[in-house]
Structure formats: C-alpha cells, structure tokens
Design a protein around this ligand. Sequence first.
Ligand code: RB5
Length: 149
Amino acid sequence: MKIAVASDHGAFELKQKIVAYLQQKQGVEVLDLGTNNENESVDYPDFAGKAAISIQKGEANLAVIMCGTGIGISIAANKYKGIRAALCHDAYTAQMSKQHNNANILVMGGRTTGIEIAKQMIDTWLVTEYENGRHQLRLDKISEIERSQ
Ligand code: RB5
C-alpha cells in the first residue's frame, strides 16, 4: 500500500516522525511530499494539493496530512474531487472516519497531536474497514454535491 504524507512547516516535526513510523511498517511504501524543513513558511493548500492529486492519480492509495491545527489543510484537501479528508484527534475519530466516511486522507494537527496519539490514530485507521451499506448512500450524496458544483 502506498501512503502519501505531507505537511506545512507547522507540522514538519510530526510529519518527519510519521514518515519514519510508516516506513518501518511491513507492506507500506511512503511517498514523502514535503515540506522539507520547518524554517521556511509555506502554504498548507499547496501540500493539501500534492497529497490529494497523488490519490486522484493513483500514485498513493491513502494519505496522512498535517498543518498546525489540521484545519486549513483539511479544508483545502476536501476541495479536490473524490477526496474525503478527515481531521481526527484520537483513535476513535480515526476509526469512525474510515468505518463510516471511508476517509482516504487522515488529517491531524502538528501543534495539537503528539506522536504517540498519532501512531494510535494511524494504526486504527489503517486496519479499520469501511462499513459500506447505508453509509454509501451518504457518500453518494457528497459525490453528487461535487458533480453539481
Ligand atoms: C501556519 O502557521 C498555520 O496557520 C497552519 O499550519 C494551519 O494551522 C492552518 O490551519
């Protein structure tokens, strides 16, 4: 499975730890889309776009993205067709984001989430399966909104 990882400067430190954590997982290939240092201020929509487009093009199956709070980068990522980016804060929200919303991007805040909670969220999100059924009707409505814009 290919997982894209991206952040702005506000979450660079967490992003580096997440890249290292994912790299030691069996069967996971990591695509590190930057940013590459915390000293240069960059714009989170650019990194939301890199991750979203990598999924749209099939270069990644899933993505984990971050900014300071996770708010800006999740708003930006959700502007891309077919992207369901879920800002989560714990293992429960990460689990539900896959089970009910089939989130293809997990979002967190570099200034709000520590690496140990982040690892729990990632582990839970990766093993949780989408429940489908009634939830698909709701995702279809979201796709319909995309089509009608
Ligand atoms: C950058 O300082 C900060 O605004 C950004 O990382 C993010 O928190 C925005 O939502």
